[in-house]
Ligand binder design. Structure first.
Ligand code: IMP
Length: 179
């Protein structure tokens, strides 16, 4: 992993290497494969941030599955605005499906706690959440995250799909805002 990097004038330090991430994603994939044997889950990846994680996670899952994408936005810059907007609506029929939401990161939990009830109205058989990162101490809502990659402190992170104002998504490792 490189040394500190600078994005939009802010310094970020190495935090989780691509190797650590790969080990964790493989482990999450094994758990999901075990739990969904004989089922055909529908992964629902939350754009934009989860696209890298979703691509790796579904390839770590050894089970018949489908994937679709939804775009929600609750974040501007470094602070959560606390409001959730559905930018791209969901076209798929969720009736009777076992849905697994793929999130890159759960911070305050507002996004998931508003989104899950909306999904429940569409009649899925089950809903589970898989999030690579969870800022446990920042959680303000009760969110049941069945598959957690890493519990991390309340510090802004970038890389592996996560951005800071549009930049950083292409970085293969995860970096944390330096003090
Ligand atoms: P929540 O609603 O506060 O849980 O925020 C969830 C969304 O905020 C995530 O899907 C991300 O898009 C964004 N987010 C939260 N923390 C970070 C971070 O540290 N880096 C980049 N994006 C973040």
């Amino acid at each position: 992993m490189k040394e500190n990097i600078t994005i939009h004038g802010l310094s970020f330090r190495p935090y989780l290497s691509r190797e650590q991430i790969a080990v964790k994603v493989a482990e999450m994939g094994r758990l999901i494969s075990r739990d969904y044997q004989g089922k055909r889950p529908l992964f629902l990846a939350v754009l934009n941030g989860a696209f890298v994680f979703a691509a790796d996670l579904i390839r770590a899952c050894d089970v018949d599955c489908a994937i679709t994408f939804i775009r929600l936005a609750s974040y501007e810059g470094l602070n959560s605005s606390g409001t959730v907007k559905t930018v791209i609506g969901l076209q798929d029929d969720l009736q009777g499906r076992d849905v697994i939401i793929i999130e890159d990161i759960v911070d305050t939990g507002h996004t998931m706690s508003q989104f899950i009830p909306q999904l429940e109205q569409l009649g899925p058989a089950s809903i589970a959440v898989a999030s690579l990162l969870v800022k446990t101490e920042a959680l303000e809502c009760e969110v049941d995250i069945r598959y957690v990659g890493f519990e991390i402190p309340t510090k802004f992170v970038i890389g592996y799909g996560l951005d800071y104002d549009g930049l950083g998504r292409n970085i293969p490792d995860i970096y944390q805002l330096a003090d």
